[in-house]
Design a binder for this molecule. Structure first.
Ligand code: SF4
Length: 174
C-alpha cells in the first residue's frame, strides 16, 4: 500500500526556489515553468515561499561565498524528507564560475543534491523532465528503490537530462 505521505508529496510537491548566485538565465526558465505555457501546476507542483512548507529545494546558479550560509539555512529549515534539484551547469558544478575567488562551487558543496539538471540554461522542458523523473522515483516501493534509481539513470542517459539520485535521499524517503 502506498504511504499516504508519499502519495501526497508525489501528487503535490511544494517547491522553493533559491538563487545562490545565478546570472538570472536559469531563474527565467524556472519562472517559465509556472506560466500558463508550461503550467507545472498540472503536476500539482506549487511554488512556496517558506522553506518550512517546502518539499523540494530548486537551486540555480553557482554557490557564492555570500550565499552559502543562507542556502544551508534554507535547507535546514525544510522538513524531512526533503529533496534538492540543481538547475543549470552552475548549480551542478559551478559552471563557468568554478574557481572564482568568491565561488564555493556547485550546490552539492553545501547541501546534498538529489537531482542534477545540466544546461546553460536548461530549457523548461528539461527541468520538467528531471522533476517528473524525480517524482516517479519517489513512487517506487521500498524494495525496488535501488532498481528504480538504476532505471532512472539509464533512461536519463538517452536524453539531455541527467538525473542522479543519491542513496541518502532514497533512504530519507524510506
Ligand atoms: S547555468 Fe548559465 S544561465 Fe544558468 S546561472 Fe549559470 S551561466 Fe546563468
Amino acid at each position: 500500500m502506498v504511504n499516504p505521505k508519499t502519495w501526497a508529496r508525489v501528487n503535490s510537491p511544494w517547491f522553493i526556489h533559491f538563487n545562490s548566485g545565478a546570472c538570472n538565465g536559469c531563474d527565467i526558465e524556472i519562472v517559465a515553468l509556472f506560466t500558463p505555457k508550461y503550467d507545472v501546476e498540472r503536476f500539482g507542483i506549487k511554488l512556496e515561499a517558506s522553506p518550512r512548507h517546502a518539499d523540494v529545494l530548486i537551486v540555480s546558479g553557482c554557490v557564492t561565498q555570500q550565499c552559502s550560509e543562507r542556502l544551508l539555512r534554507v535547507y535546514e529549515q525544510m522538513p524531512e524528507p526533503k529533496f534538492v534539484v540543481a538547475v543549470g551547469a552552475c548549480a551542478c558544478s559551478g559552471g563557468i564560475f568554478e574557481g572564482n575567488y568568491n565561488v564555493v562551487g556547485g550546490a552539492d558543496k553545501v547541501v546534498p543534491v538529489t537531482a542534477y539538471i545540466p544546461g546553460c540554461s536548461p530549457r523548461p522542458e528539461a527541468i520538467i523532465d528531471g522533476v517528473v523523473k524525480l517524482l516517479n522515483t519517489l513512487k517506487q516501493p521500498k524494495s525496488s528503490s535501488k532498481e528504480a534509481k538504476a532505471s532512472v539513470a539509464s533512461s536519463c542517459e538517452s536524453t539531455d537530462v541527467m538525473t542522479m539520485m543519491e542513496e541518502k535521499s532514497i533512504a530519507q524517503e524510506e
